[in-house]
Every structure is written in C-alpha cells, then in structure tokens.
Design a protein around this ligand. Structure first.
Ligand code: ZN
Length: 160
C-alpha cells in the first residue's frame, strides 16, 4: 500500500539542521505514526511521504515555507508566569510549551520577570531548512475513527 490521504504511516526519522546537527530523532525510541492529510506533520514531510511504501527510505530537504515558516521579527509577547508548567525552570533561551487559545505551542523565553515572562512566539525551528532522513516501516488504511479524530491511533499513535 502506498502513502496517500487517510493512510497511517509509521516511520523512523532523523532531523538535522544545515550544519548537520541532529535536532530530533526517533531512532532508539518508538517510531512515530501519522495520519496523512490532516496537518499532523509539516507540509514538506507530507509531500515527501506521498506515494511511498513500507521499506522506502527518503532523504528530503524542507525549506522554511514548507516547514515551520519564516522568522517573524518582533513577534513577542508578555505572558503571565501562571501559564508555564514549571515557572522555576524558566531561563532566557530555553524553549517552553505554553497553552494558548489555539492549543499548546513552543515558545522561546527572552526575559524572565518576577510575575511575567517575555517570550518569542516564533517556532524554535522557524527560518530553518530542515533535513529529514525518513525510514518507512508500515503503511495502512486509516480506520473511520482515526479519520474522524484527525490522528492515528494504535501502538504509536494516540491512546484514548
Ligand atoms: Zn483519537
């Protein structure tokens, strides 16, 4: 079976930046399982997966416009410390997850005050060209339930 909209693809990947430094990898951990066609992965990866099959390996370079976007200047915000799970661990330059009205997102801490924190809302990988090595392990049709939820279930997908 080939990767297409509403298939679930299971894969290992390694993500490197332009300098060849590894930013993320699933090797040594569980592979990731993704429902294709529901914006669960960045566009550049979804396009690279399209039409591939289990056993294929892909090497793809993803420019910012198909990844996490270009860096927006002055896209900063002052946020109350209460929105951070571990306010004591806040340090300038650290990447934190916060809850917003559009869901959880990663931000980079710029400055820490006594009650508020200035953060950069650009995704930590914005502006970067991303180099993915992807190893496809399995491709299967999604269940109707997965399609209605918009994500993969099962061993390496969502558990609920
Ligand atoms: Zn679900």
């Amino acid at each position: 079976m080939k990767v297409a909209r509403n298939t679930v693809v299971e894969f290992h990947y390694t993500l490197r930046d332009d300098q060849g430094e590894t930013l993320e990898t699933t090797h040594g951990e569980d592979p990731t399982a993704v429902l294709v066609g529901h914006q669960n992965v960045i566009r550049g990866v979804e396009e690279a997966l399209d039409g591939k099959a289990a056993g294929d390996t892909i090497s793809v370079e993803v420019p910012p416009e198909k990844g996490y976007g270009e860096i927006r200047d002055d896209w900063t915000q002052r946020v109350s410390k209460k929105y951070f799970a571990k306010p004591k661990l806040l340090r300038p330059g650290s990447v934190q997850r916060i809850n917003t009205d559009k869901g959880e997102r990663s931000v980079t801490v710029i400055k820490v005050g006594s009650k508020v924190v200035d953060v950069d809302l650009n995704h930590p990988m914005a502006g970067k060209t991303l180099h993915f090595e992807i190893e496809l392990l399995d491709v299967r049709a999604a269940s109707p339930e997965e399609v209605s939820h918009g994500h993969a279930h099962g061993k390496h997908g969502a558990h609920h």
